[in-house]
Structures are given as structure tokens and as C-alpha cells.
Design a protein around this ligand. Structure first.
Ligand code: SF4
Length: 185
């Protein structure tokens, strides 16, 4: 038994529990659950290839039923709106409304995380990102990385990029979003 790995797992779980507990209190005021905030936050950060119910399901690692209920609640609260794909009417895209964006800004990061102040968290982010990539490889799950760092991202000029997978033009602001088709360089 590797004690370091158990300790790492315990630390990750306890950190996550603390953040969720604090978020739960803040979310109660808005009648939302943690999973609903996670979905809303994801949708506020993802690109146009990743804003579907299926992508939310893959990202959250939840069942289709749970995600469907989650999206219904967010829609009812007018935090998201759905619209049909222009080419394939069977596909629904989800957009975060202005009220949804404002709620995300209000709740992310959580007050608890903000309390760590000016501590340089870059080394922790790098190490945890590497760990996540390793675990995603092991698990065979999609990586959902930032478009700018994808192997299919080709720079055209300072404001325009090209996605070699979809063969479509990308604007600079789109390259900062996360994508379900992200592939490591
Ligand atoms: S370049 Fe990669 S991350 Fe960006 S849109 Fe294309 S597949 Fe997605």
C-alpha cells in the first residue's frame, strides 16, 4: 500500500469537501446544488464544439439523467438557454445567459478559496494539472483542455487561428475556452 498516494487522495477529497460545503451554503440562497453550479461554470468556459448536453455529461462524469435534470433547473431559472444547431436540428447548444454569467462571477471563486489571498498557487496548479492529465489517460476520459494549447490549433495571425480538426476559423477569445476535442501537443 502506497501511503503517499492515500495521503494525496485524502487531501484532494478533504479540500474538495470543504469547497463544496462552503459553496452549498452560498448556493442555497439561489436554490441551486453544487452540480448545477459546476455545469453552469463549465458552460461559461467551453467553446462552441463543447456546449451540448453530451459534453456536459462527459465533463462532469455524471449520468445523462442527472445532467438532463441539472440543465432543466438551470433553464427554468433562466441561467441558460438552449438553441438548435443550424446544420443538425437534433443537436442542442446551450448558452449561458447574462444572469447566468453574473451568478458565475458572484460564486467563482468561492469565498473560501479567495481567502488564501496572494499565495502563489502556480506550482500547485501545474502539478495538479499534470496529475489530472495522467489520470485522464489512465481512465480513458476526454481531457477538455484550453484550445490555445491543442495540437490542432494553428496560428494564422495575432487575432485569428485555425482549427485543423474542424477546419474552421477561431477568434482569439475562442482559443481561451475549453474544448471537448482538445488533444495534447
Ligand atoms: S484547435 Fe483543438 S481545442 Fe481548439 S477547437 Fe480545434 S479541436 Fe478544439
Amino acid at each position: 500500500m502506497n501511503k503517499n498516494i492515500i495521503e494525496l487522495q485524502t487531501l484532494l477529497e478533504r479540500t474538495s469537501s470543504l469547497i463544496r460545503a462552503e459553496n452549498r451554503q452560498a448556493l442555497q440562497q439561489h436554490g441551486l446544488l453544487s452540480v448545477q453550479l459546476e455545469a453552469l461554470y463549465y458552460l461559461s468556459q467551453c467553446n462552441r464544439y463543447s456546449d451540448t448536453p453530451m459534453a456536459v455529461t462527459e465533463y462532469l462524469g455524471q449520468t445523462k439523467g442527472t445532467v438532463s435534470q441539472t440543465l432543466k433547473v438551470l433553464e427554468k431559472k433562466q441561467l441558460i438557454v438552449k438553441h438548435k444547431d443550424t446544420h443538425d436540428k437534433r443537436i442542442a447548444h446551450i448558452q449561458v445567459t447574462t444572469a447566468g454569467e453574473s451568478l458565475v462571477k458572484q460564486l467563482m471563486p468561492s469565498k473560501l478559496m479567495t481567502s488564501i489571498g496572494n499565495t502563489d498557487v502556480s506550482p500547485i496548479i501545474t502539478q495538479l494539472s499534470n496529475l489530472l492529465v495522467q489520470l485522464q489517460h489512465q481512465h480513458g476520459s476526454k481531457m477538455f483542455g484550453q484550445c490555445l494549447n491543442c495540437q490542432y490549433n494553428q496560428t494564422i495571425d495575432q487575432t485569428h487561428y485555425h482549427c485543423q480538426l474542424t477546419n474552421e476559423l477561431l477568434l482569439k477569445e475562442e482559443t481561451l475556452l475549453i474544448c471537448r476535442e482538445f488533444t495534447e501537443k
